[in-house]
Each structure stands twice: as structure tokens, then as C-alpha cells.
Write a new protein. Structure first.
Length: 125
């Protein structure tokens, strides 16, 4: 099943729902300001739509966990794509990261603790 998303250039793209790993608002100097990052496998797409609107369309299609980045922004992760959860290392990760979720080719740092992340799995089960 596909969802249609609006890209930054105004075009529409059909994205296979089952391949979406995570989505979140963009941040930093290396991503387009005010966009939504949609991680599809190893590809990074940038949408002009708000992340929460895309997440709402994915509910029922993916086992979405809504979590929080270390900078306080929401991030939605497909629970089925989580490979491992571990404690953040203050030497390697953001100072406000408390845990990290491994999603294969990408790690997502989180404000939640490992046990808080695991508890969220019960919310989507």
C-alpha cells in the first residue's frame, strides 16, 4: 500500500508505506528548514507536509512509535524496523540523548530511556 506525499518542489510522490522506517521534522544546517524527513529504507525524502499529518495517515498501516529526539522534536518510528535499543553514550551522542534505537542503517537518538522506549511497544501492540 502506498501513501502520497507532497515533496519540497511541489510534486507528489507515492511512497510504499511498509518501507518507511521513520519520520520527523527536519533540523540542523544539513536538512531543508521546515520540512519533514521521511526515511524510506536507505533513502531520505523531504516533504513539505507536517510530520504529524503524515504519521496520522500511516496509523493502521505501520506500528508507529511516537518518541522524542534529544532536542525535543517528535519522531515516529516503525516498531517492526527496530533492531536494538541501547543506552546513549555521552561521549558519542547528544548530551540530552538517553537512549538510541538502531533501525538498521540508521540510529535514532532519543530523549526517552531504554525502558520508556520498550514500554511504548505495548502501546502499539
Amino acid at each position: 500500500m502506498f501513501i502520497e506525499v507532497s515533496m519540497l518542489d511541489g510534486s507528489q510522490r507515492l511512497v510504499r508505506s511498509a518501507k518507511i522506517v521513520r519520520l520527523r521534522p527536519t533540523f540542523g544546517d544539513v536538512e531543508p528548514e521546515g520540512a519533514t524527513l521521511i526515511e524510506v529504507g536507505t533513502q531520505r525524502l523531504f516533504s513539505s507536509e507536517p510530520a504529524d499529518a503524515i504519521a496520522a495517515r500511516l496509523r493502521g498501516r505501520l506500528q508507529l512509535l511516537q518518541l522524542t529526539t534529544p532536542v525535543g522534536e517528535p519522531v515516529w518510528i516503525d516498531a517492526d524496523k527496530v533492531i536494538a535499543i541501547f543506552d546513549a553514550d555521552p561521549e558519542q551522542h547528544h548530551p540530552d540523548a538517553r537512549s538510541v534505537v538502531c533501525l538498521g542503517d540508521v540510529d535514532q537518538q532519543l530523549a526517552e530511556t531504554r525502558s520508556e522506549v520498550v514500554a511504548r511497544f505495548d502501546d502499539v501492540a
